[in-house]
Design a protein around this ligand. Structure first.
Ligand code: DAH
Length: 343
């Protein structure tokens, strides 16, 4: 019996030795250590033996089982190590290979600048308001002191849906909308958005472009507030060293009206091609809200005053980034847009 155990043990050890993968090893384990295996079968024969013999044979079976178990475990570790080594060898990473990049899109500079302008004014406490792009004649013109036959309409022709409905020609109608909604209370808003004009498209004109309107209404607002506000804006947009200057201008909805120039950020004011050798670059229009506009939109012009301004988004972006043609904003040429990747 003991010889039989020994021979099973030797066969088992040999089978373990010869196994080359985990599946084979599992088969060997089933064959030699399962309940129905030859080795375990010997247990059932113990009952016929005398006590001394029983003890001896029992000891031998347990010893054989422990030896096989240990051999199995050792072999399993060896195979696992070999498998892992083979895998590591196969999956070796060549760090000298060029990397594959995930494609990252870029924001069109139009939206970069719209966002920058918005951030600057929001940081000064402004709210953001929006209005419809399809606007009525009443809001686009009448409530801004541009009556039907006013010559200022000449410059702002647009696409009409009917006699009284058009694609808005500027963001200024949002001024009227905000004033009416605010019912005589103080206002501090900007209104970014798209506007439309019957314009011939060329390097500096487009039939569609973006504006950011600004409006502040409260007791005691004066031109000094407008100047200070736009000075702060110019510094944040074009650099701390920038100065602004105000020139008289005309808009029907402001009185007085001003054109605002910023000192040239290319030459610092000495004169260069960008500023046409004047040292100054025109960036936006503004002024004190016309008393008629305040009155028409529900404000007591004797008690409250306000200032307003309108910034052209593409114009600021072109100056800031040195873009030579407004049409580049709309052509979706990746070679252009990818230059504005925030990376
Ligand atoms: N709405 C004017 C335009 O499109 C720009 C403008 C000028 C807006 C002066 C203003 C302003 O609010 O005060 O030409």
């Amino acid at each position: 019996m003991i010889d039989h155990i020994q021979s099973i043990l030797q066969q088992g050890l040999k089978a373990i030795e010869e196994a080359t993968d985990l599946t084979q090893l599992q088969e060997v384990k089933n064959q030699y250590l399962a309940k129905k295996s030859a080795l375990m079968g010997i247990f059932s024969q113990l009952k016929d033996l005398d006590a001394e013999k029983k003890k001896q044979v029992g000891f031998e079976i347990n010893a054989a089982r422990d030896q096989l178990t240990l051999a199995l475990e050792t072999k399993q570790k060896t195979i696992e190590t070999l498998v892992m080594q083979a895998k590591l060898k196969e999956e070796v990473i060549d760090i000298s290979q060029p990397a594959t990049h995930a494609y990252q899109g870029s924001v069109n500079p139009f939206f970069l600048i719209e966002q920058t302008i918005t951030d600057i004014f929001v940081s000064m406490g402004y709210q953001v308001a929006e209005g419809p792009e399809i606007e009525s004649d009443h809001y686009n013109f009448e409530l801004l002191n541009i009556p039907k036959d006013h010559p200022a309409r000449e410059m702002q022709d647009s696409l009409y849906f009917d006699e009284n409905t058009l694609l808005r020609t500027h963001t200024s109608p949002v001024q009227a909308r905000v004033m009416q909604a605010s019912q005589g209370k103080p206002i501090q808003v900007i209104c970014p958005g798209k506007v439309y004009r019957r314009d011939e498209d060329d390097a500096t004109h487009s039939h569609q472009f973006g504006q950011v309107e600004g409006l502040v209404v409260a007791e005691g607002i004066n031109l000094g507030h407008l100047k200070q506000t736009l000075q702060a804006f110019a510094k944040k947009m074009f650099g701390e060293k920038r100065e602004i200057r105000l020139r008289p201008s005309f808009f029907p909805f402001t009185e007085p009206s001003v054109e605002i120039d910023v000192s040239c950020f290319e030459c610092g004011g000495k004169g260069c091609n960008l500023c046409k050798h004047t040292g100054w670059i025109e960036i936006l229009g503004g002024g004190m809200v016309h008393p008629k506009v305040l009155t028409m939109n529900g404000y007591d012009a004797k008690k409250m005053t306000g200032f307003a301004f309108g910034i052209g988004i593409e114009r600021v972006a072109m100056l800031r980034y040195g873009i030579d043609d407004i049409r580049r904003f709309y052509q979706n040429d990746l070679r252009f847009i990818q230059q504005f990747n925030r990376k």
